[in-house]
Structure formats: structure tokens, C-alpha cells
Design a protein around this ligand. Structure first.
Ligand code: WT7
Length: 655
């Protein structure tokens, strides 16, 4: 995209200064940037002291064999001790760690003292099942407290966990069990979703019939829904309540090396088999603890934190489990969907628990925009003081709506860029420091080095675009791809020498602030111009009639690719309105320039998304190019594609 169109996009830019009281009492001030700049490794060594080490590290970074990093390598610590026990020892055993809200409305508040007992019992149960340090445990659970307890129990005994999102199929589960060579699977009879129990155990039973899963000895099953017909394999399946409840509440945590593996988390990416992203102990916990403290300004005595992600994604690992709990936070854990039983459910939860910090994804914010401003307006959201966004670029309209309708035009919004691979937040405003710009993640955090380069690895000047790279190792970086060092090198470290290639397009504005533009595979080539799908989507949703948009480049004989847009209209807008498509095309032309006008615009009822809220452009491209659909197994709702295909006129008829 030309600089001119970027300038157009930024024209309407507004800035928001941090609220004065927040800035005055902020956990982190502008000084942190200076300090980290002067001595980056010294800065991280200091952040490592946030944790309780059994053996304090004397080394910070070992980069003698790049890109295989070791952080704090001679230190030893226990992650579960840091997330649970030390808070009890410090006199905070009565503080609530987790306010659990089940979808049907059942609730459970768990203090740090109770969490310590639950995690200890679960650790003892895993030991009884023969789990040893280093053994992998697969976790396939709904969003219930046992998911957090199971993760911490694994961490406590040094058994790396591999979470598989509960919405994944038996096939996806089997592939991940096989790749990690898991020995135990922790699951549930089911969970609640959209007002109904939804079974999980059958997928585990099916997965374990697949070749490569033979090493699974035990399946530990939490009773959540109480469904009656749970198939049972004697000698392999064990009820959680039968084995965990009878264990001792005491378990002495053992300290592990800072580089001991903590977890594997699979990320699918666009092609190939899923990559098992490996994270280790000391560096990971240092960065998630520091970033949670800095980016959300958490005050553990008074804040109530809520990250709406699923524990099956990295956001859940880092900002439901390890970041908040290492900081002694009180947090909300909600099992269900935002619109069950009504579209105000989230806001009801914010009001009920007095949530002060909310961390969610742009896709959810846009859904709430679509449902209408009057819904959040019915609830008291005045406790909120910091709002966060993660997962994809947030279009300025959604950012401004979020601040205005959820944050009463008062709270800072922090747009946090990071990845499964980075482990923790990398680029984000700081709520007490940064003057925020809607739609931009803005600046690398203290101690993090990020920039934008062109095809030849040259840093681009302010005001231009290219590829986002990270130029220095960071504590919570992935250590490798499980079992495949070569793929680790090829995927992240071969595109640019000595630089981590994130796979995202980005731009620096005139102030040097970073704007993320989506995955580079999402950039379209139209008559010799690179146009980012995100920018066109953002221009479309800035039109008052559009609630959501997904844009793809479809092969085109004249222009290499033609821009094809799928739009969800706001409530009350007539999709059959003859002038609508032309009106939207003209609007994009005005915002970004005529070259960015979509060739086709199709109003649709829903968009195909993964369960983590990412638009599956690959499928939309299949539709736009009249191909048979590719793999739809990671789609939330595959009927969406039937609806979209039914709406599509025969090939070419629109041109
Ligand atoms: C990809 C990583 C980070 C946890 C959730 C996703 C996109 C993430 C932002 C943001 C623009 C973002 C990037 C990144 N992304 N956050 N604030 N602005 N894009 O983890 O599944 O590993 O996906 O999500 O494209 O590379 P993930």
C-alpha cells in the first residue's frame, strides 16, 4: 500500500492521553524505556527478581548458539510455587484467585489457599498415575477451574503440558497427542456451550484409537456436565473426583532448571502440520509476569482482572494462568459464550465481580458493536479502568467503540501485539505512559526490540511499511519447535539474518509508531500494488452500514489479484439495496485510493472464523475463486460456508 493511502488512513487519527490518576500511580513509567535501553539484559535480570527462585540466576542470556536461547540458565524455580504457594506464605491465602462463572450460572470462588490445596492434590494424583518429570500431559478441557489446576499441577511436577482447545476435533487432538508423545490426557465429560452440555470425552476416546497415541496410559476425566452415557475404558479412564479428592493436600514443589520445558502449544498457521511451540520455565514466567504487571497496571490488592480468552490458546496460558497468578491477581474465569443466555452476559459479569481490567479480542468487540450500544449501556461498567485487545489488528472504529461504550470514554485501551511463539506481550502501549492511537500497537515494550524492514532486511524509514521483525532475543521466546529444530530455523530465522521473522506486515507512522497489518500471506497484489487486507477491511467497517468485513485477493487475469470483500451489515441495513455495493466501493476509494476499491462486495450473514476469532481467509479465497473448499475442521461453524456459497452468484456474473 502506498504511503499516501496510509496517510489517508491516519488522517482521522485521534489520540488519547493516559488518565492523570492512572499515570500518577502507574506500575511502570517512561523511565523503564530508558533503563532498558541503557542495559537491556540488566533490565531483564531485574524483572526476573519479581519471581521467587530457589537458586537465583547469575546468568541472564546465553546466546552463544543462536537462535537457541537460554535465559537465566543457572537459576532454579518452581512455577506453581510462584503462582500459588508464595502468595499463601505472604499472608494472602484468603485472597480470591479465581471467580469462576459457569455458563449455566453456577459459580465458585477459589482463594489462593484453596488453589494451593487443589493443585497439590492434583499433582499427587498425577504422580500416582505414574507421571514423571519431563512426561508430557495433554489437557483437553472446557473453561473450568480444573483446567487451571491441571496446568499448575503439571508445572508443579515438571511435566510439560500440551493444551488442546476443547473445540478441536478428535483428529486434531490425536495429531497433537502423537506429536508430543503424551502419556496422560486430562479431559471432562463435557462443558457448557450456548446453553447446552457439549461432550468432550467421545473425542478423546476416538483420538485414542488413532495410530501414534498408544503411549497414553491414563485418561483423567473431570465430571462437569454429569452427562449419563460416558463411555469408559477400564484400566485407562479415571474420574478426577475419585483419584484427586482422596490425595494429600500437601505436596512439596521441586525446583527445576530455568530452561526446563513448561509447555508445548500447537499453532496451526496457514500450511503444514501444526507446530509444537516449546516454552520453558524461568524466562517465560519472568516476561509474562512483568508484562501483565506493566501493560495492565495490575494492583493485586484491588484489581479484578478478566481475560476472556480460552485457556487452550496462548493468551489463556500467559494471561489467565501464568501472568496473573504469578502476580497474585484476583481474576474471573468464564466458561461460556458472550451471548448466552443473552447478549449482555459479559457486561453482567463485569458488573457482578467489579472487573477493573478487561482483556479481549477485536472479533468479540465487533460482535458487541453489531448487537448494539444499548446492551452494555444497561450495566454498571464503572469499575473498569484498563481495556486490552489482542489477536488481530483492531480497526480504529472498534477501538473507539470499545473505549467509548465499554470504557466510558475514560479508560486507556492497550492494543497488545504478540504471538504463541513470543510467549508474552511484545508491542503495546503502557496505560500510564503512552498517548494512544486507535488501531496501533505503537511501541515495543521496555526490553523488547522490534522494527519494520523491507525485502532486503533494511529498516524502513518512518512513514513506510514492510515486515515486522524482532531484533534481539527476549525471555519468553519459543525455544524451538518440539522435535524439529530445523523447522524452527526455517520458519522464523531464515527470512532475515539474525532477526526473528514474525510473518506479519507492519508500518511505521511518522512518529515511528508501529501499525500491524495482518499476516504477510494476507497481503494482496493488485496491478502491482501491495494492499493489505486489514486496511481494506478497516476502511469498510468505517462505513456506518458495515459491522464486519473480510477481504481476500482472488486471482484475476487483468490485475493479478482482485479485491473481494465479504461484509456483515449493521442491524436494519437492507442487503438488497441496489446502491449499497457502489456506495461501499466509493467509500473505500475515498479512504484508501481508487486502487483499493473492492472489485466485488458480498453482503453475508456470518464470516468463517476459527475458534480463536481469526477469519479463515483461505476459505473465502476458495469461494472467491470458485474452488472446492479446503479443510474446514478448525472452523467454528461450518454451515457458515454453505450460506456464503449459496449467496455467491455464478462465477464472473458480477463483473
Ligand atoms: C498472530 C499471532 C497473541 C495471542 C493471540 C494470538 C496477530 C495478535 C495482534 C495485535 C495485530 C495481532 C498477528 C500475530 N495478532 N495480536 N494486537 N495486532 N495483530 O496468537 O494465534 O499465535 O497469533 O495474531 O498476526 O502474528 P497466535
Amino acid at each position: 500500500m502506498s504511503n499516501e493511502s496510509l496517510a489517508n488512513l491516519l488522517k482521522e487519527e485521534r489520540r488519547f492521553a493516559p488518565p492523570a490518576e492512572l499515570a500518577a500511580a502507574a506500575n511502570v513509567t517512561a523511565e523503564a524505556y530508558e533503563q532498558a535501553k541503557a542495559d537491556r539484559l540488566g533490565f531483564w535480570a531485574e524483572q526476573a527478581r519479581r519471581l521467587s527462585w530457589e537458586t537465583a540466576p547469575t546468568e541472564t542470556l546465553d546466546w552463544s548458539n543462536p537462535p537457541f536461547a537460554k535465559w537465566f540458565a543457572d537459576g532454579k524455580l518452581n512455577v506453581a510455587y510462584n503462582c500459588v504457594d508464595r502468595h499463601v506464605e505472604n499472608g494472602n491465602g484468603d485472597r480470591v484467585a479465581i471467580h469462576f462463572e459457569g455458563e449455566p450460572g453456577d459459580t465458585r470462588s477459589i482463594t489462593y489457599a484453596e488453589l494451593q490445596r487443589e493443585v497439590s492434590k492434583a499433582a499427587n494424583a498425577l504422580i500416582e498415575l505414574g507421571v514423571e518429570t519431563g512426561d508430557r500431559v495433554a489437557i483437553y478441557l472446557p473453561m473450568i477451574p480444573e483446567a487451571v489446576i491441571a496446568m499448575l499441577a503439571c508445572a508443579r511436577i515438571g511435566a510439560p503440558h500440551s493444551l488442546v482447545f476443547g473445540g478441536f476435533s478428535a483428529d486434531a487432538l490425536a495429531t497433537r497427542i502423537h506429536d508430543a508423545d503424551a502419556r496422560v490426557v486430562i479431559t471432562a465429560d463435557g462443558g457448557y456451550r450456548r446453553g447446552k452440555p457439549s461432550a468432550l470425552k467421545p473425542a478423546v476416546d476416538e483420538a485414542l484409537t488413532r495410530p501414534g497415541t498408544e503411549n497414553v496410559r491414563s485418561v483423567l476425566v473431570v465430571r462437569r456436565t454429569g452427562q449419563e452415557d460416558v463411555a469408559w475404558t477400564e484400566g485407562r479412564d479415571v474420574w478426577w473426583h475419585e483419584i484427586v479428592e482422596r490425595q494429600s493436600e500437601a505436596h512439596t514443589p521441586e525446583a527445576f532448571d530455568a530452561e526446563h520445558p513448561l509447555f508445548i502449544l500447537y499453532t496451526s498457521g496457514t500450511t503444514g502440520k501444526p507446530k509444537g511451540i516449546l516454552h520453558t520455565t524461568g524466562g517465560y514466567l519472568t516476561q509474562v509476569s512483568y508484562t501483565h504487571h506493566a501493560v495492565f497496571d495490575l494492583k493485586p490488592e484491588t484489581d479484578v482482572f478478566w481475560c476472556t480468552a480460552d485457556v487452550g490458546w496462548v493468551t489463556g496460558h500467559s494471561y489467565i494462568v501464568y501472568g496473573p497468578l504469578s502476580n497474585g491477581a484476583t481474576e474471573v474465569l468464564y466458561e461460556g459464550t458472550p451471548d448466552t443466555p443473552h447478549q449482555g452476559r459479559w457486561w453482567e459479569i463485569v458488573q457482578k465481580y467489579g472487573v477493573t481490567i478487561l482483556y479481549t479480542a477485536p472479533t468479540a468487540i465487533r460482535a458487541c458493536m453489531k448487537w448494539g450500544d444499548d446492551i452494555p449501556a444497561k450495566f454498571d461498567l464503572s469499575s473498569l479502568r484498563v481495556l486490552g485487545s489482542v489477536g488481530e489488528p483492531i480497526n480504529p472504529e472498534a477501538w473507539v467503540w470499545y473505549r467509548k461504550h465499554i470504557g466510558a470514554d475514560r479508560t486507556p485501551v492497550v492494543d497488545t501485539w504478540w504471538q504463541t511463539e513470543t510467549g508474552g506481550i511484545m508491542i503495546s502501549p503502557l496505560p500510564g505512559v503512552t498517548e494512544t492511537k486507535p488501531g496501533s500497537a505503537q511501541v515495543a515494550l521496555p526490553g523488547i526490540a522490534a522494527t519494520v524492514v523491507d525485502d532486503d532486511a533494511n529498516e524502513v524509514p518512518d512513514g513506510s511499511g514492510g515486515y515486522l521483525v524482532l531484533t534481539e532475543p527476549w525471555p519468553s521466546m519459543l525455544r524451538t519447535i518440539w522435535g524439529d529444530d530445523q523447522r524452527y530455523l526455517d520458519t522464523y530465522w531464515s527470512r532475515f539474518e539474525n532477526r526473528y521473522f514474525a510473518g506479519d506486515g507492519a508500518k511505521k507512522d511518522e512518529d515511528g509508531d508501529i501499525w500491524l497489518l495482518g499476516r504477510v500471506d494476507d497481503v494482496m497484489l493488485v496491478s502491482g500494488h501491495n494492499i493489505s487486507t486489514t486496511e481494506v477491511e478497516s476502511a469498510l467497517v468505517s462505513h456506518p452500514k458495515v459491522a464486519e468485513a473480510a477481504v481476500v485477493g482472488a486471482t484475476d487475469p487483468q490485475t493479478t489479484q482482485a479485491i473481494c470483500a465479504f461484509v456483515i451489515l449493521r442491524g436494519g441495513v437492507d442487503a438488497e439495496d441496489a446502491g449499497l455495493v457502489e456506495e461501499l466501493r466509493a467509500h473505500v476509494g475515498k479512504q484508501l485510493g481508487p486502487i483499493a476499491k473492492p472489485k466485488r462486495i458480498l453482503p453475508v450473514a456470518e464470516l468463517p472464523k476459527t475458534r480463536s476469532g481469526k477469519i479463515m481467509r483461505r476459505l473465502l479465497r476458495d469461494v472467491a475463486e470458485n474452488r472446492t473448499l479446503g479443510d474446514v475442521t478448525t472452523l467454528t461453524d461450518s454451515s457458515v460456508m454453505d450460506l456464503i456459497q449459496a449467496k455467491l452468484p455464478a462465477a464472473g456474473s458480477e463483473d
